[in-house]
Design a protein around this ligand. Structure first.
Ligand code: SF4
Ligand code: SF4
Length: 326
């Protein structure tokens, strides 16, 4: 057995993500595995480690916040992800090469590694004027648009993961007036894409989804293309303030105790496990720090749930935990 991947190391390295992806073969309602069947997974994982899955990370119209969020991954940490689990072959912001050499890595993926690499796209895709609002490099034929890259790479990849709400649903770049015609990766490619939304997404959602794709193939997705294991329930359903909501104890001002629904909380429509997973190595999360959920994981974000600090329409709020209207 590969010395680096004995049982103990597996648990140490995959820790939270292993729990998140339900390696026992099933998830409970909180997204946690009942037990960890490491022996079942180790041989698969060893093969993955041996092969070092090539991953191409392409950045479109975004703020790089999703990449920064990934750097905060704790179990496994980012060094372990990059040196032991995947082979990150290209990423515009962090790759050492530049100019033609950097472009060559992306070109080579399309030409020589077709069907072998996983494509991760961060950021939306500008499509107006045939993509002229966003470029990445030039070729002898002229400037190369983000649109053309996403099409080329997306069609050559064996799986496509859209990381962040911009890539998954258009997000902030597609907010009105959207003169650049920003669209999601799935809209541009017209094929199955695994969406990992969030502004930014939690590092566990990114690493856990990637681990699931490597170990088991595509995870079960909801109707928005999101892995159910991370996005299966609403924030509202698992909110520690749900009891306040039920008992009509509402916060009137930021910082008050009570349910934040009248301060604009989008928890009733936002699907994610933030309340259980929490952020920054489980230190805290939005509602835990008295801030309403702004629904950053939703396709409606930002335009269709704005103003962000205004109460949702009643018909979107007064539903029970299973999503049935009261
Ligand atoms: S409305 Fe927001 S604060 Fe209130 S219970 Fe739902 S998620 Fe929690
Ligand atoms: S609580 Fe809401 S706004 Fe905060 S990260 Fe989770 S989904 Fe996004």
């Amino acid at each position: 057995m590969n010395k680096e991947f004995n049982r103990r190391n597996f648990i140490k390295i995959f820790g939270a993500s292993a729990v998140g992806i339900g390696l026992a073969g099933g998830l409970n309602s909180t997204g946690a595995a009942e037990s960890l069947n490491v022996e079942k997974v180790l041989p698969v994982l060893e093969k993955i480690v041996e092969d070092r899955q090539p991953v191409i990370w392409f950045q479109g119209a975004g703020c790089t916040g999703c990449s920064v969020s990934l750097l905060n991954t704790v179990h496994p940490d980012i060094a372990e992800v990059l040196t032991k689990i995947i082979s990150l072959e290209a990423h515009q912001t962090v790759m050492a090469s530049s100019g033609e050499q950097a472009l060559g890595v992306f070109e080579e993926a399309c030409e020589k590694k077709a069907g072998k690499f996983i494509l991760i796209v961060e950021g939306a895709v500008p499509t107006a004027e045939n993509g002229r609002y966003g470029f990445f490099g030039e070729s002898p034929k002229g400037e190369q648009t983000i649109l053309s890259w996403v099409k080329k790479l997306g069609n050559a990849a064996k799986a496509v993961v859209a990381v962040g709400t911009c890539a998954a649903f258009g997000g902030i770049p597609s907010a009105q007036p959207n003169i650049i015609g920003a669209k999601s990766v799935a809209e541009v490619l017209g094929k199955q894409v695994v969406n990992v939304p969030g502004c930014p997404p939690h590092p566990d959602w990114i690493v856990g989804t990637l681990a699931h794709v490597l170990l088991f193939g595509l995870p079960e997705l909801d109707e928005e293309g999101r892995p159910k294991l991370f996005y299966g329930n609403t924030i509202h359903a698992n909110c520690p303030r749900y009891f306040d909501f039920e008992n009509k104890r509402y916060a009137n001002n930021l910082g008050d105790d009570g349910c934040l629904v009248f301060l604009g909380c989008k928890g009733p429509i936002a699907h994610a496990d933030c309340s259980q997973r929490r952020w920054n190595n489980s230190v805290n999360w939005c509602i835990g720090s008295n801030a309403p959920c702004i629904g950053c994981v939703q396709p409606e974000f930002p335009d269709d749930i704005s103003p962000l600090y205004t109460k949702l329409p009643d018909e979107k709020i007064w539903i029970n935990k299973s999503g049935v209207k009261k």
